[in-house]
Ligand binder design. Structure first.
Ligand code: SF4
Length: 369
């Protein structure tokens, strides 16, 4: 698995953000012109680690090849001797976890909520401004909109300063209200996609999945508000036993009532957090019961709405739907299995989450020859 946290030594008391830069020997002389005050340039590499020097002082990176972290933006915690790779410059999968608090308790939550919260927005803002050209940065939680004042201001400032960046924000959609309209209008809405879960048209099923009474009603009200604001919405439906049969009904509802959405994503489950705890009762074998998925996708796409399959191993999807199943599992948590050896689709397939159980649950899975 790609490490998101690395070991560092830095002579500082407080956390700080730094971008690591390596220069070819012949470019070293011009490097001062190219360095940002948050940059640290590679000086030398030895058995004791990689030494960088920047305006903030020296820093030593341990246990990882400098070529793998060139351009990365780190949040260094000098007291712990660690750094979080907030932006990995070579990856399209960079996400800021803004909080672990949440007001829902979803049955399959991969990141179960915690009460504790540390405000890292100032670090995230610095990091975003140092991101590579054209990056899309993910925002997730917990529920990021619990801190909507800071979040909306952060998005507005970063998007104003960097015309090339865009954001994908995962939110439960419970916390938009008319008082937020002004702040949302100030954001360039063309560069923010809101990923919002909707599990069922049946309020009893949706509310039970998210562990919150009245959640569906509130969500639909807020989706209407986002439609009026012209926000870009990606609806996300994790496929599980409790909502699988109702998927075609949900598809009809999306096609008739929510046609303004940008995308509908039907997603396979992740076996971690509450998802692992409830796996036996929730996991739906879509390789066996693809019919409800296929009908739902056809219905929505037939009305001109984009619909996709996220986190589905390609061999579990009938051939005619495989082009709708991109490799969505982030690079740092993606894994393949023994069965994948020699599979001709491996290059395009997103495989499995690293923590997917050995008894994978799919009746139909295996290398495509
Ligand atoms: S065998 Fe592995 S690589 Fe091939 S389609 Fe299935 S999951 Fe993907």
């Amino acid at each position: 698995m790609i490490p998101l946290r690395i070991k560092v030594e830095a002579n500082a008391d407080q956390p700080f953000v730094v971008r690591l830069r390596s220069f070819e020997a012949d470019a070293r002389e011009q490097r001062t012109d190219q360095l940002n005050p948050f940059d640290a340039a590679l000086e030398r590499v030895g058995p004791e680690g990689a030494h960088y020097v920047g305006a903030g002082g020296p820093i030593r990176i341990l246990g990882i090849d400098p070529s793998k972290v060139d351009g990365d933006v780190l949040l260094v915690n000098p007291r712990r001797g660690t750094a979080d790779r907030l932006i990995r410059s070579s990856s399209p999968h960079n996400t800021f976890l803004v909080t672990e608090r949440c007001d829902q308790v979803c049955l399959m939550c991969s990141q179960p909520p915690k009460k504790h919260h540390v405000d890292l927005f100032p670090y995230f803002e610095t990091a975003a401004l140092l991101a590579p050209e054209g990056a899309t940065i993910g925002i997730s939680g917990g529920e990021p909109m619990l801190f909507k004042g800071q979040l909306l201001a952060f998005l507005g400032r970063v998007l104003d300063a960097r015309a090339d960046l865009s954001f994908h924000v995962l939110t439960n959609g419970q916390h938009f209200d008319p008082d937020d309209c002004e702040a949302i209008r100030r954001i360039d809405r063309g560069r923010v996609v809101w990923g919002i879960p909707l599990y069922s048209r049946d309020p009893a099923v949706h509310d039970k999945i998210v562990g919150k009474a009245g959640a569906l009603e509130q969500l639909l009200e807020n989706l209407a508000l986002m439609c009026r604001l012209g926000s870009q919405v990606e609806l996300r439906t994790v496929l599980m036993r409790p909502n699988a049969d109702g998927l075609p009904r949900l598809a009809r509802f999306i096609a008739s009532t929510l046609p303004f959405i940008r995308t509908w994503a039907i997603m396979q489950m992740e076996n971690i957090g509450f998802g692992r705890m409830n796996w036996k009762t929730l996991f739906y074998d879509s390789s066996e019961g693809f019919d409800v998925v296929g009908r739902s996708i056809d219905l929505v796409r037939g009305r001109g709405i984009d619909a996709w399959l996220y986190n589905f191993p390609l061999c579990t999807v009938p051939e005619r739907y495989r082009h709708l199943a991109p490799a969505t599992i982030s690079d740092w948590k993606r894994a393949y299995r023994g069965e994948c050896g020699g599979c001709k689709l491996k290059a395009e397939c997103g495989g499995f989450f690293e923590w997917h159980p050995a008894s994978h649950g799919y009746s139909n899975l295996g290398a495509i020859q």
